[in-house]
Design a protein around this ligand. Structure first.
Ligand code: ZN
Ligand code: ZN
Length: 362
């Protein structure tokens, strides 16, 4: 860990403090976003050239930035506010929630931006995010309907029966009315800078996913890279700018600058050795690709995505069904793109005799 990094803990780890190499403070605030998965918002205080010795009255009002804001559900909004209060009382920052001028959302998933509407109303802040994810916040019900429709088509092609598809979409699809729409004041682009923060577009987990480089020591990672879990990827069939190729390229983007930087993800613990974590993630993806090729190699018949997922993942209940299907789906899409597998029943698909894509090794 670099010597410029200072980590202090409160008894419940509700708030954790970091300091960047330019003397800014980043406070990680824990929220019970999607139970049982805790998530983190990051409050950035101070200007890039602040010194840590001079942090009492050293930032303009409305210059504070919050990265992600949780779901706004299950008391998550209260947890966020109590975390902000701890920043003031425990860490002695001269700060009020209304000093937050900008909410920057890493990506349009409910656990990162779902609580935006309440938060903006409370603080008067503006919301910023990448242009490819802005539509989800501004027109949630429209994006939900389109997203569920595409998701259903994917499940159908994957070989999931109608009844099961309904169950999966009801349990894990977008829920109309769940997202409370709010407007995005600024649509961020890759490479854009503001207040010493650089935006890095990292599509894959979501089309407009961004990471935020704060000074030259810390990277707010959203869900792009997590410390233990391999980030969920989706087939591009469900959403453009997701899929394995985008994800892999986005990993490479972070890898180029990762050396010596501290990763601050949206879930799980902080990442002190980002290059090593990226290497592990890459190898894990490679192994899963090889496993799919093995499964197909050892099968007498061509297989659907649902059949491959059943072979690869032991647990097929609850959310695992969704994760297994989308994970295999994204990899199958890639393996087909690079010509390692092909579709065996294209005649039937063309004639409308089947809706299920069956794959075989080339
Ligand atoms: Zn996410
Ligand atoms: Zn998340």
């Amino acid at each position: 860990m670099s010597s410029s990094t200072e980590i202090e803990y409160d008894p419940y780890q509700h708030v954790v403090r970091f300091e960047t190499d330019a003397g800014r403070r980043i406070y990680r605030i824990r929220c019970d976003t999607l139970r049982p998965l805790p998530g983190y918002s990051y409050l950035i205080l101070g200007k890039p050239d602040d010194s840590s010795n001079n942090r009492e009255h050293d930032f303009d009002k409305h210059s504070a930035i919050l990265a992600d804001c949780g779901t706004g559900e299950n008391g998550c909004d209260r947890e966020l506010l109590s975390g902000l209060e701890l920043v003031r009382t425990m860490y002695k920052e001269d700060f009020q929630p209304t000093d937050i001028g900008r909410l920057v959302v890493t990506h349009a998933h409910i656990d990162h931006g779902g609580g935006g509407k309440q938060f903006l109303e409370l603080t008067g802040a503006e919301a910023w995010c990448h242009k490819y994810d802005a539509g989800v916040f501004e027109r949630y019900d429209e994006r939900a309907a389109v997203g569920n429709r595409r998701f259903d088509e994917f499940l159908q092609h994957a070989g999931v029966e109608l009844e099961r598809r309904r169950e999966i979409i009801e349990a894990f699809g977008f829920i109309r009315g769940r997202g409370k729409p709010y407007s995005i004041s600024r649509r961020l682009k890759d490479g854009e800078q503001f207040d010493g923060i650089t935006v890095c577009h990292t599509p894959g987990h979501s089309p407009g996913h961004i990471c935020l480089f704060v000074d030259s020591s810390h990277i707010i990672l959203g869900d792009h890279i997590l410390a233990r879990t391999i980030t969920q990827i989706w087939p591009e069939q469900i959403a453009p700018h997701t899929g394995y190729i985008h994800y892999r390229d986005s990993l490479g983007k972070i890898e180029k600058i990762a050396e010596g930087k501290i990763g601050l993800p949206g879930h799980e613990q902080i990442i002190l050795d980002l290059p090593m974590r990226i290497d592990i993630i890459r190898k894990s993806h490679q192994r899963r690709m090889e496993r799919i090729l093995d499964v197909l190699q050892n099968s007498r018949e061509p297989m659907s995505i649902a059949q491959i997922a059943r072979k690869m993942y032991l647990s097929q209940s609850g959310v695992w069904t969704l994760l297994a299907l989308t994970d295999v789906g994204a990899r199958i899409e890639y393996l087909e793109q690079i010509g390692l597998i092909s579709i065996a029943n294209f005649d039937e698909l063309e004639l409308g005799k089947s809706d299920v894509f069956l794959y075989t090794n080339v």
